[in-house]
Design a protein around this ligand. Sequence first.
Ligand SMILES: Nc1ncnc2c1ncn2[C@@H]1O[C@H](COP(=O)(O)OP(=O)(O)O)[C@@H](O)[C@H]1O
Ligand SMILES: [Mg+2]
Length: 312
Amino acid sequence: MSRVSVLKGGRSLERQVSLRSGARVEDALERLGHQVVAIDVDLDLIARLREARPDLAFVALHGPDGEDGTVQELLEILGIPYTGSGVLACVRAMDKVLTKHLLLEAGLPTPEFFAFSQTAFRDLGAADALGAIEERLDFPIVVKPAGQGSALGIKFARTAADVPAALVAAFSYDSRVLLERHVEGRDLGVSLLAGEPLPVVEAVPRDEDFYDFEARYEIGRTDFLCPAELPAAVTERAQELALRVFELLGLYGFARVDLMLDSAGELYVLEANSIPGLTDTSLLPQAAEAAGIGFDELVGRMLELAAARAPA
Ligand SMILES: Nc1ncnc2c1ncn2[C@@H]1O[C@H](COP(=O)(O)OP(=O)(O)O)[C@@H](O)[C@H]1O
Ligand SMILES: [Mg+2]
């Protein structure tokens, strides 16, 4: 039995998802016989961790601060072992632009893109380059903030007239955005546990309204098929790609890699999530379930992996 602090909530826009992930993890940890101290992370995080003196921290945070290496850095300073990836991998995975540059460098497929900071528009007249970018990427163009999750701030611009508003929306989430080639196809997620790819999940929006990303967290509005019905070769390639991304970014313990499969059977990596959702509609728990790993066992494995990485 260990004393485990579950870090959840926080101030990110994914607070509600994190609270749900956290609550579920707490229940599992209690069933596994651990002593649980839940912490809704806030200004007093350090004080509360010092008071709780946990053997381990279970990081059930999503989005900026929780998933981008910030909380991980604080846990390193306090000498508290924690679940999931270390600081550097979190930094790499949270930043879609950095991830995509690393993918390209490693020769892994990712949709073509251009990335800009707000200052490029403010100080360098980047808006004048939009025409050339639009010509290169074709419509629709996907506009997204570099560092955000749960599809927040993502817009599909159908025409040049849609691009400015999409950029404004994306810039409201981050000071850097990317414009990305749209991949028409199927939305796949490959979760990994202990460096092993789990069965592929396909997310199928029920009403085809993929602009309404809120839908993905509402039970019944997105169908998740697991294992996804794919030719064996595609499944194998998706899992192999996900594993290569996991290793490339230096992820540890568990993660989820999001991909698109186009009609020609080509796979493209969109991003990696260092702390994927653990709610009852989330993909990683579903993929684990399909591999015969129930939620409690999953949480137990995550904790064991954290302990195994703990510094001597
Ligand atoms: N280039 C793209 N082509 C087609 N669909 C995309 C593209 N980028 C994102 N999407 C859609 O938006 C969803 C969220 O995008 P993603 O890059 O995974 O960001 P996040 O999950 O962090 O919000 C994807 O699962 C996919 O449905
Ligand atoms: Mg995603």
